[in-house]
Design a protein. Structure first.
Length: 492
């Protein structure tokens, strides 16, 4: 009799192009398992909106498995307890999962699962789902490996798959994470294939031109991040579909091609970045807790100002564009890249906040939270990588560039809606008469700016200049570059 193959779903909630599932199907009857781990959901980066994503994705997965004659088993508890139950019921089984690139908590959990399996004589196989490679500690040869991974054929669910069954918890859909935070009032998880198709053949035409403004980005960007972070779509599917669209566009006449080639090239490079950033985290998971450049240790940690942090978190800094972005994020769970970078820059340089708590706050708000991208990006935008030039965003300039008519601000910071198209970007500069006419007295209806941008940034730059000039700062530059730097830049 063949051994039951337990496929442990985590952030890979799909049937198509699922390496663990295909390997399992060849080995015996497959038990599809998802375990709701309450401890995972109490981590400082977790939130109710993340659960809303997973819950919707699990419902779709359960339906897809049912269509193929199986039943998804959902359990609630610690993974090791579930494994013990499985062992009691099944005797021997094999365990398969994807290589999760998660936070320290899930990393330790995976190590404990591996140790338990080793002790119980059960094989535990983890297979990659991204172009990210376990055990790779520098970037030599990485780009070639990425390409090789992405060119492999996509795997379909084997038609002759046999399913195994194990009783799950029927009421799992009513489970709610504790603590409860940041639930989305209006949440819908669209069909991933539909989102990809719509982007590559309709919405994406001006991707590179419209990705920077929060007014145009929601439509012009792919919006695939939530699908990738929950694993509803494999990265290989997205990459290969993009390559195909690029090839097709080459055959079109110029008037049909328009901006498609540039848009698709820009998009394609983002897909590369996805794995480039995740590889940093895979190679150095401590980035969740400590500065990438250790020469930055102690730079801001002890200066944390709770009132400033609170104002930033709630969108009450007195900078309308910053506040509009934060409030938009609260309401929708998504914002475009540039605005994410600007929010972090404001926390890091203007408010001089060490990055870890801002990182957790944003992680809770992002429905697409992906630790492997998030922590390296937050560190890069906070200046603690030691290799990147400081990217300090001027919130008023960004406001004028990305929201010239103030429409985005008016929608999300209605207190300021009455100001004209100039004053709305810096309402503290409005005269008393103008404030009266706008129906918004600064300091009463809307806060005074929490800091003066130029003064704050001057201070921040001086602090960083000191660190980077130091011996430790110069040494960091070499080691960080060797470990995480893109080899493409170096050869250039
Ligand atoms: C401070 C900060 C935190 C971030 N945290 C996350 C996160 O938790 N999860 C997440 O998926 N992205 C994160 N990003 C990267 C980026 O902002 C999002 O991937 C993007 O905005 C998601 O929208 P989209 O799918 O429409 O992106 P598109 O612009 O359509 O890009 C397509 C895909 O490419 C990848 N990608 C795009 N930009 C980047 C980038 N700069 N770095 C790495 N990969 C990229 C993502 O997988 C994205 O889904 C972060 C960026 C910053 C500055």
């Amino acid at each position: 009799m063949s051994t039951t193959q337990v496929v442990w779903f985590k952030r890979d909630l799909r049937l198509h192009d699922h390496a663990a599932l295909c390997t399992a199907a060849a080995g015996g009857p497959v038990l599809a398992l998802y375990v709701i781990e309450p401890e995972l959901w109490s981590q400082p980066s977790a939130s109710t909106r993340h659960w809303q994503v997973i819950q919707a994705a699990l419902l779709d997965l359960a339906q897809a498995i049912a269509q193929h004659g199986g039943k998804l088993c959902v359990r609630i508890g610690a993974m090791e307890e579930v494994l013990v139950e499985l062992q009691q019921a099944l005797g021997h089984f094999d365990l398969l999962a994807h290589e999760e690139i998660g936070e320290d908590w899930s990393f330790q959990r995976d190590k404990a699962v591996a140790a338990w399996c080793a002790g119980a004589g059960i094989s535990f196989t983890e297979l990659p789902q991204f172009g990210v490679f376990r055990g790779q500690h520098d970037r030599d040869g990485w780009a070639a490996r990425w390409r090789q991974f992405m060119t492999q054929p996509q795997q379909d669910l084997p038609p002759n798959i046999r399913w195994a069954h194990f009783p799950g918890v029927d009421a799992w859909q009513r489970w709610q994470p504790q603590p409860s935070r940041h639930a989305l009032a209006d949440f819908d998880l669209p069909n991933p294939a539909g989102v990809l198709e719509d982007f590559l053949h309709r919405r994406g035409e001006q991707y590179h031109l419209k990705m920077s403004s929060p007014l145009s980005a929601p439509e012009a960007c792919s919006r695939l991040s939530v699908q990738l972070a929950s694993g509803r779509l494999s990265m290989r599917t997205v990459v290969q579909s993009t390559w195909r669209a690029q090839q097709e566009a080459k055959t079109w006449p110029v008037e049909q091609r328009r901006t498609w080639p540039k848009a698709l090239a820009a998009f394609q490079s983002r897909l590369h970045w996805h794995c480039h950033f995740m590889q940093k985290f895979e190679s150095e998971p401590k980035l969740e807790h400590r500065n990438m450049a250790r020469s930055c240790d102690g730079l801001r940690e002890d200066d944390f100002d709770e009132a400033k942090f609170e104002a930033w978190c709630t969108g009450n800094t007195g900078y309308p564009f910053i506040d509009a972005c934060m409030r938009f994020l609260h309401a929708t769970g998504w914002i475009n890249f540039r605005m994410r970078a600007m929010l972090v820059s404001f926390a890091a340089y203007d408010l001089w906040l060490h990055w870890q708590r801002p990182a957790h706050h944003l992680a809770q708000l992002f429905i697409d939270f992906e630790p492997g991208i998030h922590y390296p990006q937050v560190q890069m935008q906070s200046g603690t990588t030691g290799i990147n030039t400081l990217r300090i965003y001027n919130p008023v300039k960004q406001s004028m560039d990305q929201d010239p008519d103030g429409g985005f601000i008016r929608r999300w910071v209605p207190e300021c809606a009455g100001f004209d198209n100039l004053r709305i970007h810096a309402p503290w500069e409005a005269s008393a008469m103008e404030q009266l006419a706008a129906g918004c007295q600064i300091g009463e209806h809307y806060p005074e700016p929490i800091v003066d941008h130029l003064t704050a940034v001057r201070f921040a730059k001086a602090q960083f200049a000191g660190v980077r000039r130091s011996q430790a700062g110069r040494a960091d530059k070499k080691t960080v570059m060797q470990r995480h730097g893109s080899r493409k830049n170096r050869s250039r």
